[in-house]
Structures are given as structure tokens and as C-alpha cells.
Design a protein around this ligand. Structure first.
Ligand SMILES: Cc1cc2nc3c(=O)[nH]c(=O)nc-3n(C[C@H](O)[C@H](O)[C@H](O)COP(=O)(O)OP(=O)(O)OC[C@H]3O[C@@H](n4cnc5c(N)ncnc54)[C@H](O)[C@@H]3O)c2cc1C
Length: 335
């Protein structure tokens, strides 16, 4: 059933008060195809609304993906293939596999949103990305309503990037994703961030995947604002990747600059550090602002509009560019 003039406030973690001219929730591929048959344009696929900034009302049809299901497809040697519905809450899926003892996504614990949206920006955290465990996905083409399969190469994953942010942007609804996880002898990634330190303070010397998941949850809860308490979309900007010469130039005025080497010889500089140097961390502008504990996160203190947040984002982008010659790119999808 398609509803009219639906408030989207409960459906986006920024807590923005946009409305959808038409709105429906789908629980199966068939329901999705039938909603698309309505012919209402444009169509916006909504997951958990944790990576979108709604700057205006949506004129077409918003389809909330609620397609469920988690099934073990096959086991082969140490690998288990798990197929998950696009509308499943990502963290529910993580908890399910951690509980079963399957490894590979424990570092991705507590990332908000749905499984179907996860390949769109190749979600990642603490040294692990979705692409590391991805096998294939099924997606319905919005125009033709046909179901297509995309393998790893088809998705062209990059840092917070995939084909669904480029040629296929807004053209498909991802209805399921299949993952390859390990059954034992898991390859743990403990060197990133404070994982090792947190495990030690938890008294864990030989961590199992459940210990790693717990540590990640503890770290994230202490650093990131809970959208249920204060509206936000996590990291608003991507960490810029740049030539080493740019880094060396910054180092002249800021010897303490932080950077990470990339395999191609370039470097990644934390966007949060750049923003903080420009004096934005903890700064409030009207109803929005830059989170006090993490400059990469923009927040809605209550009653902010999407345009207010967008204006703040672009003020930050301009300020970082003026200071460092680096133009930050939003990670969040702006509508
Ligand atoms: C507190 C917080 C912490 C976060 N931490 C991280 C982090 O550590 N790492 C990280 O990578 N991200 C992080 N994020 C961002 C966000 O959680 C992810 O990008 C997540 O995958 C978004 O899922 P969603 O279902 O909410 O997508 P939505 O916000 O609903 O949609 C995002 C985009 O994907 C499209 N889309 C949604 N579902 C589908 C689908 N089924 N098929 C096709 N297109 C679709 C939408 O149209 C939109 O363009 C964080 C967000 C918050 C609020």
C-alpha cells in the first residue's frame, strides 16, 4: 500500500523533518516489483536512513526496504556462505553470525543501517571492509523491475565506494547480499584503533570473535554519538587520499600531521584531524554542529533542517580547502 505525504523523521538518523510525497515499505522482491509498477517517479530506496541528509521533501516514491531473511547457503571447507535479505538490520546480522561463531565481520559490529545499503558505500571500520567478505548481491533494477546478480568485480568496490555511487546510482534496489565467512581459524584484525587496548582492559588474552565484537561495540559507544540521542550520520566526510607532496607541504606548517601510507604511494590524511585544525571541533552553528568528541561527525542538536547541516558541511569543506588545499568529499548521500 502506498501512503501519501509521509513524515520521514522516524526514518533518518539525522532526525530531519522531510516528507515523502509517496511512501511504501516492502517485505519481499515481489512487493518491491509491484511498488515499482505504480510508475511513480523518482524512486528513492531507503534502508535505515543512517547515511542520508534530506535537505528537502522527496517528491516521488520512497521505498523502505524491509526484505528479511538470513540463510546458510553452503559450507565448503572452512568457508560458510550466508545469504541475507537487504532489509535486515546490519548489526542484527553481525550478532547472528558472531553468535554462530562465524568470523569476518566482527570488526563491523554496531554500524547502523541495513544489509542492502552496506555494499553501496562498501562499509568499513577497524581495518575491515564489506568487500573482504562479499560474494555477490541480488538487486532489482528500478526501471525494468528485473532481478540482476552482481559479483565482486561488478560492484567495483573502493574506499567507501562502489558502482552504486556512480553509474548505477539510484538505479537498483539491493534485495540480498551473500557473504563468505570463516567457520574456524578466524583471521582477526586487532591492530586497528583501540581494539588491542580494549581487549587487554577486558582481561582478554586469547580473543574469540565475540570478544572482538564486544570490544568494537565498547569503543564505538564511547566515541560516536548514539543517533537515538543526538541526530547524526556517523562520519560526514571521507578521509582524503592525496599525493605525498601535499602532505609534505602541510607538514611544514603542521609538523604533527597524521597520515597513513596507501599501497599506490599516495597517503590518506584523517579528515577529522584537518577539520579539528580549522577550529570546527565542538563548534555549534544554530541547531547543528561539529561533534565535540569527533570532528568528522556533524550533529543535529534538535530541530535542524537538512539545509542547515548542508551549509555547515560546505563551510567546513571551504575552510579546510583554504587552510590545507584539500577539498573534502561528503561520505553522506545528500538529497
Ligand atoms: C553513528 C553512525 C556510525 C556510522 N559508522 C559507520 C562506519 O563505521 N562505517 C561505515 O562505513 N559507515 C558508517 N555509518 C554510515 C552508515 O551506517 C552506513 O553507510 C550504512 O550502510 C547505511 O545504511 P542505511 O540502511 O541506513 O542506508 P540509507 O541511509 O538508508 O541509504 C544510504 C544510501 O544507500 C541507498 N540505499 C539504501 N538501501 C539500498 C538498497 N537496498 N539498494 C540500493 N540502494 C540503497 C540510499 O538510496 C542512499 O543513497 C555510520 C552511521 C552512523 C549514524
Amino acid at each position: 500500500m502506498i501512503q501519501q505525504n509521509t513524515p520521514l523523521l522516524p526514518y533518518n538518523t539525522f532526525g530531519l523533518a522531510a516528507r515523502a510525497a509517496h511512501f511504501t515499505e516492502v517485505f519481499s522482491v515481489r512487493e518491491l516489483q509491484s511498488a515499482l509498477q505504480s510508475g511513480i517517479q523518482p524512486v528513492l530506496i531507503l534502508g535505515g536512513g543512517s547515511n542520508m541528509l534530506l535537505t528537502q521533501d522527496v517528491s516521488g516514491l520512497v521505498i523502505k526496504n524491509a526484505i528479511g531473511g538470513m540463510e546458510l547457503v553452503r559450507t565448503a571447507g572452512n568457508t560458510v556462505l550466508v545469504k541475507v535479505g537487504g532489509g535486515v538490520v546490519w548489526h542484527d546480522f553481525v550478532c547472528w553470525v558472531v553468535d554462530k561463531g562465524y568470523g569476518g565481520i566482527e570488526n563491523l559490529s554496531l554500524i547502523p543501517g541495513t544489509v542492502g545499503a552496506a555494499p553501496v558505500q562498501n562499509i568499513g571500520a577497524y581495518g575491515v571492509e564489506l568487500k573482504d567478505v562479499f560474494v555477490e548481491l541480488e538487486a532489482v533494477e528500478l526501471a525494468g523491475r528485473q532481478l540482476h546478480v552482481f559479483n565482486h568485480a561488478d560492484c567495483r568496490f573502493g574506499y567507501r565506494d562502489s558502482i552504486f555511487k556512480h553509474e548505477n546510482k539510484g538505479k537498483y534496489c539491493i534485495t540480498s547480499v551473500t557473504f563468505a565467512l570463516t567457520r574456524q581459524d578466524h583471521q582477526l584484525h586487532l591492530s586497528y584503533g583501540d581494539i588491542q587496548k580494549t581487549l587487554e582492559s577486558n582481561g582478554v588474552t586469547q580473543p574469540a570473535i565475540a570478544d572482538v565484537s564486544k570490544a568494537v561495540i565498547q569503543i564505538r559507544s564511547s566515541k560516536l554519538p548514539d543517533p537515538a540521542v543526538i541526530g547524526n550520520c556517523g562520519s560526514f566526510f571521507k578521509n582524503p587520499e592525496t599525493d605525498r607532496a601535499v602532505l609534505e607541504k602541510i607538514r611544514l606548517s603542521h609538523p604533527q600531521v597524521v597520515s597513513y601510507n596507501l599501497p599506490d604511494g599516495r597517503v590518506k590524511i584523517p579528515a577529522g584531524w584537518l577539520i579539528e585544525q580549522c577550529g570546527w571541533k565542538g563548534k555549534r552553528v544554530g541547531n547543528t554542529g561539529c561533534y565535540e568528541k569527533q570532528a568528522l561527525v556533524l550533529v543535529n542538536y534538535g530541530g535542524a533542517t537538512g539545509s542547515e547541516v548542508k551549509n555547515l558541511a560546505y563551510a567546513i569543506i571551504d575552510s579546510v580547502e583554504r587552510t590545507f588545499g584539500i577539498r573534502l568529499e561528503p561520505e553522506v548521500n545528500i538529497f
